[in-house]
Design a protein around this ligand. Structure first.
Ligand SMILES: Cc1cc2nc3c(=O)[nH]c(=O)nc-3n(C[C@H](O)[C@H](O)[C@H](O)COP(=O)(O)OP(=O)(O)OC[C@H]3O[C@@H](n4cnc5c(N)ncnc54)[C@H](O)[C@@H]3O)c2cc1C
Length: 595
């Protein structure tokens, strides 16, 4: 294609008279498809108008300060004869979209038409109702990320989801709604805390229905945004429960079939329940607990892992009398004991009881409540609760999708083994997220998703992150990344440790919380950071610096010489590094002994 063409503003959804805040090109500039021409700004977002055609700019037809609408000419271009043009901008979806940067891609067939090269024919066994180069099974954080990344790389993608909403567990019934409720809990707890320091608020009145509506509005906003992003990328979303029919197609519960050249399995996990429980609405999993319906007076949380403890934190703040029962001898099993001690100091006053080394032996539904029997040294033999949350872990969904029909191996835990490129034992089928083994965390799923999508599109990507951070968003928060002391001791890994107690942090004292602690583990030879952990307010945000240090191979001096703003909790990371380097002045620590 050659000759002069007008480049116009794409559909802007609900926006009109949008201001040009920057002109990015000048006459004579050569641009590629998708290069920004001008930047527009609304009260909600700034975005570039991309070139839909490669070539040389002949004239720029707008100035900074002008206002433009969809269809207005931005620039005129002399199209280069060999350059492919992008499709016409996709239609902006309905609704309130913050993100309407238009991504235009060509299908392999269209590229072939322009370039004369032939795409490889899709090896399909039989006619299917839908067909795509890449089918992604499951639209959680793993699935939607994989679908969007693959579409951005030029693949035609179908995303299959059994629920009416995209976003999976994380957005709908996991990370996001739980964090919205934890925010409410934090406000209540902090307000109560201040009464010790001379600022007293009244007893909070909790309108559970309104709180639930707000939580849902947060979820809806994010989930709605995903549909918009899928439309913008031309990812076709097909709703239905899918199973494999063969290594080349899925079958939906409706009977429809979807053929693919490659497939990414991202079907996630589900909450596990104790066997033999009565069928009673007062016994819930984490999804039920997020409903706050109604707020119980007395609640038992079965399972002292992260999900159970986060929900315990929410309900206790909202006024419920909470008890926690845990089979092992510690809350957050497997977490370094020195992180759990400060955590326990705070939560033991908040909960009616914390029963570790205790087993739930039975539950009976009675009119006054769920009668629970226990076996353990710290437990009563029986307790009665208005609500029981069972949070004993999650099980991968690998064995619910007839993976055997595709020849994909699934283990007895529902996990599908993958290599560093996220390939299963069947090379054109990938698995990511909760069902691919490793920690069941959204950020792990999204990183794996990008690798799988990139490999499927022909890039040489690998999942070779050194570490994946873990965070309990409880109060106080507990976070760790890289090597932990528990692992180091179990595996005989040599390490040296430095720690900084938050009682010596000005910021920690100024927010009325001094129970925290930051520790760093170092390689004794290179002094590089092997891992780190912290307990305290905002530990989940602060751990990012330690993660970066591990990934970058930073040593103690790299951190201690990095100027951290004062007074911040982030200084505790620097102080721990200074303690290791022997340069800490904020605290007197006797010289460390050689291990
Ligand atoms: C209460 C709670 C709080 C959490 N908090 C955090 C947190 O703070 N941080 C964090 O990192 N992680 C958190 N998690 C974990 C996080 O939600 C998961 O690790 C993450 O959602 C996994 O993403 P995924 O894409 O692998 O699977 P999922 O999110 O489980 O998505 C899988 C999708 O596949 C669909 N699906 C399954 N089978 C089929 C089928 N046969 N056909 C069609 N569709 C199918 C499902 O409907 C679902 O939408 C939390 C989880 C819970 C329960």
């Amino acid at each position: 294609m050659a000759g002069q063409m007008k480049l116009t503003v794409p559909d802007l959804g609900d926006f009109a008279d949008v201001e040009v805040i920057e002109v990015l090109v000048s006459p004579g500039d050569t641009v590629e498809v998708e290069d920004g021409l001008v930047t527009l700004e609304t009260d909600k977002a700034a975005m570039d108008v991309p070139a839909s055609q490669a070539g040389t700019i002949v004239s720029v037809d707008v100035n900074v300060g002008d206002t433009v609408n969809a269809g207005d000419v931005v620039a005129t271009i002399e199209a280069s004869s060999d350059a492919p043009a992008a499709e016409a901008p996709v239609e902006s979806p309905e609704g309130d979209s913050d993100e309407f940067v238009v991504t235009t891609v060509m299908s392999p067939e269209e590229i072939a038409e322009v370039t004369g090269s032939k795409p490889e024919a899709a090896p399909v066994e039989a006619e299917t109702d839908h067909q795509a180069q890449l089918v992604v099974l499951g639209a959680g954080p793993g699935g939607y990320t994989a679908a969007f990344r693959a579409a951005d790389l030029g693949m035609d993608v179908i995303l299959v989801e059994r629920w009416p909403m995209l976003g999976g567990v994380c957005l709908n019934v996991g990370c996001i709604p739980s964090k919205a409720l934890l925010h409410a809990a934090k406000v209540i707890d902090e307000a109560a805390e201040m009464s010790k320091h001379g600022v007293t608020f009244g007893v909070p009145k909790v309108d559970a229905a309104k709180l639930r509506d707000w939580k849902q509005s947060v979820v809806d906003r994010l989930v709605g945004g995903l549909s918009t992003l899928a439309k913008q990328r031309k990812v076709k979303v097909v709703h239905g429960t899918a199973k494999f029919g063969s290594p080349k197609h899925l079958v939906l519960d409706s009977g429809e079939t979807i053929g693919f050249e490659q497939c990414i399995i991202a079907a996630g996990s589900e909450a596990m329940m104790l066997p033999g429980l009565p069928d009673d609405p007062r016994i819930v999993d984490s999804t039920g607990a997020l409903e706050l319906d109604p707020l119980p007076q007395k609640m038992l949380v079965v399972g002292g892992g992260i999900i159970g403890l986060e929900m315990a934190c929410v309900y206790a703040a909202l006024g419920t009398e909470v008890s926690v029962v845990e089979l092992t001898d510690s809350l957050m099993p497997g977490t370094d004991p020195d992180l759990i001690r400060p955590f326990m100091k705070v939560v033991k006053h908040r909960y009616a009881s914390i029963m570790t080394s205790t087993k739930v032996t039975g539950m009976r539904a009675t009119t006054p409540g769920i009668e629970v029997t226990f076996e353990g040294k710290n437990a009563p033999s029986v307790g009665v609760y208005d609500r029981v949350l069972v949070a004993i872990g999650r099980r991968a969904n690998g064995d619910k999708i007839d993976a055997d029909k595709a020849g994909v191996n699934v283990d007895e835990r529902g996990i599908i083994a993958v290599d560093k490129q996220m390939r299963t034992n069947v090379p054109h089928i990938y698995a990511i997220g909760d069902l691919a083994g490793g920690p069941m965390l959204a950020h792990k799923a999204t990183h794996e998703a990008k690798v799988a999508a990139e490999v499927a599109s022909g890039e040489k990507s690998y999942f070779d992150a050194r570490t994946i951070p873990s965070v309990a968003y409880t109060d106080p928060e507990v976070a760790w990344v890289g090597l932990t002391e528990t692992e180091a001791k179990a595996d005989g890994i040599e390490y040296e440790k430095a720690q900084f107690p938050w009682a010596a942090s000005g910021r920690s004292l100024a927010i009325g919380r001094d129970e925290g602690m930051t520790k760093l583990l170092f390689d004794p030879k290179t002094h590089r950071v092997l891992g780190g952990a912290m307990v305290g307010t905002n530990a989940g945000d602060l751990i990012a610096e330690v993660g970066l240090a591990v990934e970058m191979g930073a040593d103690a001096t790299d951190i201690s010489l990095t100027v951290h703003a004062h007074p911040t909790l982030s200084e505790t990371v620097a102080f721990a590094a200074e303690a290791y380097d022997g340069t800490l002045t904020d605290l007197y620590i006797p010289k460390r002994k050689k291990r």
